[in-house]
Ligand binder design. Structure first.
Ligand SMILES: [Zn+2]
Length: 243
């Protein structure tokens, strides 16, 4: 069966001699493993379209749940990602997280939009990478079912004097229930988190935050994702080693 779909290349793995196995987050088919035969041969017509982080249109052949690539046309190459190693390593982290967050054949257009918007922000805007990373981490966790509770204390349900954040339980904590296991959080950080969780993906980076609150947000988002996805991503460790 012939299938045409658009999608984002999250991973490319060499496969046999000149073949490449692609992991693609598609618009209508969820995450797909697609074999690109002869893609590494000189003069292959699909080389540009199957580069990592590229958004392309694919024409594929599906048989028994296996996909083989016929043709591919790039829609957006996100060239700016390759401008420097820090951007490249952040994009690698985004791709690795998306690959874990996406289910095989579960269609999740929001996850794809988050990937596209994050790559766009890294590639074509001057939004600080620290902000892009934190926003991406919070939103991807939330889309994966780990939305934090940001309105009531996770222990007593009180909705005032919320001064701490409990990463393990994904909840704000009031002054009376606070303990040394929690991270101190100020109202600006809570507001920023509420904004990211509820905003449409188109606007998720459109909020103002000072440097100090950004640092807190960044620390929380980093360990929040790590805790709830149950792993420390290699690409994140590498990204942080460059800072
Ligand atoms: Zn409380």
């Amino acid at each position: 069966m012939q299938v045409v779909d658009k999608g984002l290349i999250l991973r490319e793995t060499p496969y046999k001699e000149a073949d490449v196995m692609l992991s693609i987050l598609t618009e209508s088919g969820g995450k797909l493993s697609v074999l690109a035969r002869g893609a590494k041969r000189k003069g292959s017509r699909v080389t540009a379209a199957i580069q990592l982080f590229t958004y392309s249109e694919f024409s594929m052949y599906e048989s028994g749940g296996r996909y083989t690539l016929n043709e591919a046309e790039p829609i957006e190459l996100f060239y700016g990602i390759r401008e420097d190693i820090v951007k490249l390593s952040l994009a690698s982290y985004v791709a690795e997280v998306l690959e874990q967050a996406a289910d095989e054949e579960t269609i999740d257009p929001e996850l794809l939009r988050l990937g596209l918007n994050s790559f766009y922000a890294i590639s074509k805007t001057d939004i600080p990478l620290k902000k892009i990373k934190a926003v991406f981490e919070l939103k991807v966790a939330s889309l994966s079912g780990y939305s934090p509770n940001l309105f009531f204390c996770g222990f007593c349900n009180k909705n005032e004097k919320l001064m701490m954040f409990d990463i393990q339980n994904g909840s704000v904590v009031c002054d009376e229930c606070a303990s040394r296991y929690h991270t101190k959080i100020d109202p600006t950080v809570i507001d920023a988190m509420r904004f990211v969780i509820s905003a449409d993906i188109k606007h998720i980076f459109s909020f103002k935050i000072n440097d100090k609150s950004m640092d807190t947000l960044s620390e929380i988002a980093d360990s929040y994702l790590k805790t709830h996805f149950g792993r420390n991503f290699k690409t994140n460790v590498f990204y942080k080693s460059l800072l």
